[in-house]
Design a protein around this ligand. Structure first.
Ligand SMILES: Cc1cc2nc3c(=O)[nH]c(=O)nc-3n(C[C@H](O)[C@H](O)[C@H](O)COP(=O)(O)OP(=O)(O)OC[C@H]3O[C@@H](n4cnc5c(N)ncnc54)[C@H](O)[C@@H]3O)c2cc1C
Length: 468
């Protein structure tokens, strides 16, 4: 189980303590902001076909379903007919409105087209991201495709000496530019360990690719934490935090924990850069008082982040000789990740997957696609669509909730190894026993991995100690 991390967060310009301090100052603010009308509703197409492979339909679990919102309950400006009218020719109505382009050159993400008749509004407060039971091959295939997009040259690397790469699905995979999906979880784990190993070796992987990997891994960690924090216990029928789930998915993988802090640092930097933009942004919820309140809340939130130095230095990126092609590759890979969200086989997971990739895409656009002077509403009103703003702040809220859940799991963990009712001496004894047992487990592990036999009497003695 990883301890509270200390020191500099790799590839950022801040440390863990600064992030925790920003989190302490902003958590209540972002939670409140997400209840505002502007941020509660998100419009998207939940049923677009997976563009990369044939999937086997959506998960039928009750917890996978998304409850949609009737448009008539929303501000007039947000309804389909009003959005369509905005695109009509002012002289006549004989032309059908143009559909919004799927990408602008600066976009890192597939944009939802608000004119698409298949899009629906969802009240995000009614559809929280949590455990749905979605897992198995469909989920692994999506994660694997996402990590492959990250690894830039993984297809060739995977094919080297890999007998399963000649499997039947190779043809289909190559057609879409991906290597075949691993046929079992062990293969997937090996692949992901390989990927994870690279970013920590700065000689092999450039900053931009490390940033990309950490961003995706941080998102994955955050999703896993939400699954564990709001977990459904099938035996008791109750929802609540599941410590073992957290230990297995995050606690024993310090790099996953670090990457969530990284993603937080990058997103908060993008939000802080938008201070001037939001001071002029018209929220248009149909209630001027609420719009001013929303603006003030955003201002308050950004002000809290200023106590700390900037968390991420976007100017250090895309500096090398091949910066231009690397930038295009980075952007196109991320666009692909946003398209892969249509392959997620569970509505609720798809909803939050789309929101969070759109939110991260908006952050990347703010950090890398525009000069500082273009981040003002007066000079660049179309910088962000409404959906991107909703997604950006909801993504930050998800990450903030994950950091909050990490604190909760730390408390649950220390209570497990030393229950709160025990005396100080008992607590100290419990911790000593726990550390001793961990040490002995390491000895067993070392002796088996290095194939050094331990005498039988010693094995017996050590086993007794572990079972203390
Ligand atoms: C976009 C998306 C959204 C989802 N949303 C939900 C949801 O809201 N609710 C829900 O219950 N399920 C959701 N799922 C499913 C969930 O993420 C898991 O896939 C599922 O719970 C099975 O988990 P697992 O333990 O097998 O490992 P997975 O989480 O599927 O991970 C697969 C492999 O990736 C590697 N890995 C895991 N975490 C990281 C990390 N942080 N960084 C690097 N590598 C890592 C590990 O090797 C692991 O074996 C979602 C899946 C996707 C693809």
């Amino acid at each position: 189980m990883a301890d509270r991390p200390l020191g500099q967060i790799k590839d950022t310009c801040c440390d863990y303590q600064s992030v925790e301090s920003i989190q302490g100052d902003t958590f209540a603010k972002i939670q409140e902001l997400m209840k505002a009308r502007f941020f509660r509703y998100y419009k998207l197409n939940l049923w677009r076909e997976c563009p990369f492979w044939n999937d086997n339909g959506l998960c039928m679990n009750r917890d996978c379903a998304v409850e949609t919102t009737d448009e008539s309950l929303l501000p007039k400006e947000w309804r389909q007919d009003a959005l369509g009218a905005l695109k009509m020719s002012p002289v006549g109505s004989t032309f059908q409105p143009f559909k919004v382009c799927t990408y602008k050159d600066q976009d890192f993400c597939l944009q939802e087209d608000p004119l698409d008749s298949d899009t629906v509004y969802v009240n995000l407060l009614d559809n929280p991201e949590r455990f749905t039971g979605y897992s198995g091959e469909s989920a692994w295939k999506v994660w694997k495709a996402i990590y492959e997009e990250n690894c830039f040259n993984i297809v060739d690397k995977m094919a080297e000496g890999c007998p399963t790469c000649a499997a039947t699905n190779q043809h289909e995979s190559q057609a879409i530019g991906l290597a075949p999906a691993p046929s079992n979880k062990a293969d997937l784990d090996t692949l992901l360990k390989d990927l994870a190993a690279h970013p920590d070796n700065p000689n092999e992987v450039c900053l931009e690719k490390r940033v990309y990997y950490r961003l995706i891994s941080g998102l994955h960690s955050s999703i896993s934490i939400h699954i564990c924090d709001e977990h459904f216990d099938r035996t008791t029928g109750n929802w609540g935090p599941d410590l073992q789930c957290f230990v297995n998915r995050i606690g024993v993988h310090p790099e996953r924990l670090q990457n969530i802090y990284f993603t937080y640092a990058l997103v908060i930097r993008a939000i802080a850069k938008l201070e001037e933009y939001f001071s002029e942004y018209p929220f248009k919820t149909g209630d001027n008082a609420e719009d001013s309140r929303t603006r003030e809340m955003i201002h308050g939130l950004i002000k809290s982040t200023r106590e700390c130095p900037p968390t991420f230095d976007e100017k250090s990126m895309f500096k090398s000789d091949n910066a231009k092609s690397l930038y295009v590759e980075f952007r196109d890979h991320f666009r692909n990740v946003s398209r892969i969200m249509d392959c997620v086989g569970c509505e609720k997971c798809r909803l939050w997957g789309k929101i969070q990739t759109t939110g991260l895409g908006a952050a990347l656009k703010v950090l890398f696609a525009y000069e500082e002077q273009s981040l003002k509403y007066s000079t660049n009103p179309s910088l962000l669509q409404r959906g991107e703003i909703v997604a950006l702040f909801n993504t930050f809220n998800r990450l903030s909730e994950s950091l909050e859940a990490i604190q909760k799991f730390r408390r649950l963990y220390s209570d497990r190894i030393a229950p709160p009712s025990s005396s100080l001496i008992e607590k100290v004894w419990c911790n000593v026993k726990y550390l001793f047992a961990q040490g002995i487990r390491s000895i067993f592990h070392l002796s088996s991995s290095m194939q050094v036999p331990i005498p039988k009497f010693l094995t017996h003695l050590l086993q007794q100690q572990v079972n203390l």
